[in-house]
Design a protein around this ligand. Structure first.
Ligand code: GTP
Ligand code: MG
Ligand code: ZN
Length: 307
């Protein structure tokens, strides 16, 4: 008897339980065989049907195009989502945005070569002064921004366009409307399952990432909200930590290995003084550097090829 393998997409991962979709569009619950595979939503995996037990086993994770990493409880780098080409970093006037969380998502995306887009949801609500200031900082940094509302429908066409041909993920704090946005972009038949699952839990909060296919081509991942997001420091761009405006300004620094902290003739610090970089974003940069120094040399070492 031949035991044919097949490749499938991970459209949901709940601990060791995953849900995979075959190229024919069939969904199966599956579980990794043997050792910890670290499978995340968006992964491509090699599978095998176990006819005897009526199960699908995941044998291996196929090489990833991109990986979004965070720091786990043990301080190590842990994959969160795989094969993204766009990260939709969502903020809203309510609940009050945490700019450091937003910065860190942007840094992680930038360092992983995933194109980040800032999505301001609940545009139907009045922006607070703090939010306006925050947005100014991101505009200075050069981030593309979409203003949308899952309630009024404003900006949804632009959001659809931003997802076209991409594997995009909605990330950010809890309650900012990621699932509401996903529900507006995804055909009713697909999201229903999620809505039912949530209703059964008696709450709206998303508990696991799920991948959906978009009608015009492209994929959208809805992810659980976070209170904080710690990027994996070992996977941040060593010279800029993934701060876009630092990368732009740093070409003018006197030292090639300038950390943009106390070095003389630092073009980044000068840029902050000249209003070319938001002082709050610079403070965010310094906090990440401090964290890196606290955690030790392993976290400062530039990533090696293949390492
Ligand atoms: N006014 C307004 N409310 C919105 C909008 N989008 C979502 N909401 C509301 O915000 C609340 C949270 O929405 P969700 O879509 O569950 O938020 P989420 O980001 O998925 O939350 P988690 O799953 O916990 O991460 C709900 O009560 C929505 O009705 C919007 O554009 N405008
Ligand atoms: Mg949600
Ligand atoms: Zn510098």
């Amino acid at each position: 008897m031949s035991v044919a393998t097949f490749d499938a997409r991970v459209i949901g991962a709940f601990g060791r339980q995953v849900r995979v979709r075959t190229s024919e569009g069939r969904d199966y619950p599956a579980r990794p065989l043997g050792r910890e595979l670290g499978i995340v939503c968006g992964d491509w995996v090699r599978c095998r049907h176990d006819a005897q037990h009526g199960e699908v086993h995941v044998l291996e994770v196929l090489p990833r195009r991109t990986t979004l990493y965070r720091t786990n409880a043990r301080g190590g780098a842990e994959a969160v989502l795989a094969n993204l080409t766009r990260l939709l970093v969502v903020i809203a006037p309510l609940p009050a945005p945490d700019p450091f969380v937003t910065d860190r998502y942007l840094c992680a995306a930038e360092s992983a070569r995933i194109e980040p887009v800032l999505v301001l949801n609940k545009a139907d609500l009045d922006p607070t002064a703090g939010l306006a200031e925050m947005l100014h900082g991101y505009a200075l940094a050069g981030y593309e921004r979409l203003e949308v509302s899952a309630v009024s429908g404003a900006g949804l066409d632009a959001l659809r366009t931003a997802c076209l041909g991409h594997t995009a993920a909605l990330v950010g704090q809890s309650g900012i409307g990621k699932s509401s946005l996903a529900a507006r972009l995804i055909p009713a038949g697909q999201i229903e399952i999620g809505a039912l699952a949530r209703a059964a839990e008696g709450r709206h909060t998303t508990t696991a990432s799920r991948l959906f296919e978009l009608p015009d081509g492209g994929e959208l991942i809805d992810s659980p909200g976070v209170r904080d997001f710690a990027p994996a420091l070992t996977h941040l761009e060593p010279r800029t930590l993934g701060f876009r405006e630092v990368a732009q300004l740093a070409v003018g620094c006197r030292f090639l290995d300038c950390q943009h902290l106390r070095e003389p003739d630092c073009a980044v610090r000068a840029g902050v003084e000249q209003g070319l970089m938001d002082p709050r974003r610079y403070e965010s940069y310094r906090r990440l550097r401090r964290l890196q120094h606290t955690l030790g040399p392993a976290h400062e070492r530039p990533r090696r090829r293949g390492g």
